[in-house]
Design a protein around this ligand. Sequence first.
Ligand code: FAD
Length: 279
Amino acid sequence: MSGGKTISLEFFPPREEAARDKLAQAARELVARRPAYVSVTYGAGGSTRSGTADTVELMQSLGMDTAPHLSCIGSSRAELLEILDGYRAQGIRRIVALRGDLPSGMGRYPGEVHYANELVSLIREHSGDWFHIEVAAYPEVHPQAAGAAKDLDHFVGKVEAGANGAITQYFFNADSYFDFVDRVRARGVDIPIVPGIMPITNHKQLARFSKMCGAEIPRWLEWRLMDFGEDRASLRAFGADFVADLSQRLLDQGAPGLHFYTLNNAEATLAVWDKLNVG
Ligand code: FAD
């Protein structure tokens, strides 16, 4: 962290032994760079409950201020409160509060808390101001939203329920972020809105993620990435330059920090981070 701009990092709980070793190695490398905090994702319906807990413990053992994600869809209130109490007992002071998406095959039990604003309210009712709460923001509009205006209303609802900050879905068009921030500020919301940054290392994987989460890959960028074909090294070098330029522009024009989706890969995040002037 420097110059008042925060760099935070997101990790996900690994499923297999080899992936656990890779995560531990990546976490050690990245934590040495002193991010402001790290966050750990959580599968809706509790699908990664023990994996998230193990990964949170790993991050805490490395001395990191750790923010577990908590998604409410598919869980009962009792289960959510039990998780919150567990985090409080562990000294966790930060949570990323989400609705989540139920993984396929988990049935259709919607749970008792249906949207992220309800989760934020539940956390505030149950735990007061113990947790600093981050919520998700969508500069390019959430894919299931009824419209951009409705989505903005729902975002504002999460802030009114007690969110302290927001992290955006990743995007490759800086104007979508600035437009979103302007519209949020016009509603009187002044919490920090930190851009989520996705390093580009693998075209097919990026295209798949982007389709799922509603992030647009601009047409010219898609063509450039396609041209690299199997030449992964050149794609990674181009991707690091592109994402670093985007990140620098965001910081220079007022973003309060950056939140890297590390995908448990230190090299991809550092390839961007090392090019930035965050001072
Ligand atoms: P919400 O804010 O509840 O919004 C979901 C949709 O419902 C939107 O279309 C919104 O407009 C609409 N809506 C909201 N409130 C209402 C209401 N009261 N009435 C009617 N409609 C409403 N997913 C995971 O499963 N685990 C994770 O760890 C995880 N981490 C993430 C981290 C970040 C930074 C981001 C940006 C996303 C993350 N996601 C994660 C994905 C996220 O869970 C999905 O995008 C999910 O579809 C929406 O979650 P949300 O918290 O934004 O939902």
